[in-house]
Design a protein around this ligand. Structure first.
Ligand SMILES: *[C@@H]1O[C@H](CO)[C@@H](O)[C@H](O)[C@H]1NC(C)=O
Ligand SMILES: *[C@@H]1O[C@H](CO)[C@@H](O)[C@H](O)[C@H]1NC(C)=O
Length: 443
């Protein structure tokens, strides 16, 4: 009874908040003759009219008629003019999400963690930028880094334009290991890589977390991968993609000398975790019959397998989920797309169908010439001027760059890399049109 009335009160509150948000949206629209009365500095730099640019998109592989269908028909008075104006505004300020920002209770935020050591500062900032560029929901960034990099992270993140900084908050943590010998953990695989194993212990107040390597790029809203948490069944508490799609040729299955999950192992570069569940689960293991809490299991497990493991933390995770397969949700390769998925020929079917959702440029491919397709995407996001038009200043240059990569196996399937970027931009556009123009048309 008490619970019920509480739920009802919450519902009422949420409704009231929504109403207020809608009202203030309308009010702000009424108060300013808005779109046309923008400061001159915000006018588009290039005079090409927006609809023409979007029509150009229709000619691309895989591009539907989505946005054009939603365009307010020109013949409708008032809405037509407004529509064009808001469209220009969108095209000009892709990052401005003011129109659909709703105040969320903190527990509904997306939590994104990264561990950045050594020379990974720029790469990490580009990853965070890709998260902010396309996402809608508020995000909390948890950045684990060395003392020497902290000021630079702080400084650079604060320099981003307001329209972006208001979409996230960030916290910077030192590298710490709660159990065992810190020097030993630090040497495991790469400096600081073992940190990810301790996130459930360190982030005690966080319910769920998306961990990504620094060399990851989001090509669609982080909201979408976050939604996979809801697909966990009652025993699942973490999600990862397979290390290989074809176990027979995968190096993990051929070279690993320790037990690993499934037939090809899993890759820990993109890891979605329900930390609450991780903290409350007793994990089966090969050491004692009763099961162990996450924190109590890590060091003994490491001691037991340290002479057999090669790839550090990822190996420990594979061992854990070998003994606890019912705890793992395996998501398709489009959520952790690596050079392995195309450099021997395309072998990620989900990406062929859906496009790459999360790109993972491991083996340093953003910084050398081995996989120009991966590098092109990295540079396009890195060099995108925050306030510019996404189509003009990111998507089109990217297409041009891709033309120069057709001599590589990965470069032969540009649509796989571009499909989600394209879709994401169209979605952002539609949201704007529906929210900014839709209500106007109805009255
Ligand atoms: C994580 O698991 C806990 C315990 O099962 C559950 O209450 C919570 O809603 C889950 N979080 C998400 C985001 O699904
Ligand atoms: C959850 O899914 C996993 C993987 O498919 C499976 O092993 C496990 O038994 C499922 N748990 C329940 C309670 O159905």
């Amino acid at each position: 009874m008490k619970l019920r009335s509480k739920a009802a009160a919450l519902l009422l509150l949420a409704l009231a908040a929504l109403l207020l948000a809608l009202l203030s949206l309308r009010a702000s629209r009424a108060a300013t003759p808005a779109p046309l009365a923008r400061p001159a500095s915000a006018l588009p730099r290039r005079p090409a009219p927006a609809p023409a640019r979007l029509q150009g998109l229709g000619a691309l592989p895989g591009a539907g008629q989505g946005p054009r269908r939603r365009l307010p028909p020109r013949s409708r008075p008032r809405a037509g003019r407004r529509g064009a104006a808001s469209l220009k505004k969108l095209v000009r300020r892709p990052g401005d999400s003011r129109s659909f920002q709703v105040v969320l209770p903190h527990e509904l935020w997306i939590h994104l963690a990264v561990v950045a050591c050594g020379n990974r500062l720029e790469e990490t900032l580009v990853m965070l930028k890709s998260a902010v560029l396309f996402s809608h929901r508020k995000m909390q960034f948890h950045i684990f880094t060395e003392e020497s990099l902290k000021p630079e992270f702080d400084k650079q993140l604060r320099q981003w334009p307001d329209s972006y900084t208001k979409k996230f908050e960030h916290r910077i943590y030192p590298i710490t290991f709660s159990v065992g010998n810190p020097q030993e953990w630090k040497k495991l695989f790469k400096p600081c890589a073992a940190q990810r194993l301790f996130l459930p212990v360190i982030l005690k107040d966080v319910d769920s977390l998306l961990y990504v390597d620094t060399d990851v790029l989001f090509l669609r809203p982080v909201d979408d991968i976050w939604k996979l948490l809801r697909q966990f069944n009652s025993t699942q508490l973490a999600a990862m993609a397979p290390e290989h799609e074809i176990p027979k040729i995968g190096w993990y299955s051929r070279f690993a000398r320790h037990p690993f999950y499934g037939s090809a192992g899993v890759n820990s570069g993109v890891m979605l975790m329900n930390l609450t569940r991780i903290r409350s689960t007793q994990f089966k293991n090969s050491m004692i019959p009763t099961g162990l809490a996450w924190e109590d299991m890590l060091y003994p497990l490491y001691q037991k397998y340290k002479n057999a493991i090669t790839w550090g933390d990822q190996d420990l995770l594979n061992i854990i989920f070998y003994f606890n397969p019912e705890c793992l949700y395996v998501f398709p390769c489009q959520w952790n797309y690596r050079p392995d998925h195309c450099m021997y020929g395309s072998n990620c079917r989900e990406a062929e169908q859906e496009g790459v959702s999360v790109l993972h440029g491991n083996r340093g491919v953003y910084h050398d010439e081995k996989q120009p397709t991966f590098k092109a995407l990295y540079e396009a996001i890195r060099d995108f001027p925050f306030q510019d038009n996404l189509f003009q200043s990111m998507y089109y240059p990217l297409q041009l760059k891709f033309l120069e990569t057709v001599h590589t196996l990965c470069g032969r399937i540009p649509q796989v890399f571009l499909k989600q970027v394209e879709k994401t931009m169209k979605r952002a556009y539609e949201k704007h049109v529906i929210i900014r123009v839709g209500p106007n048309q109805m009255h």
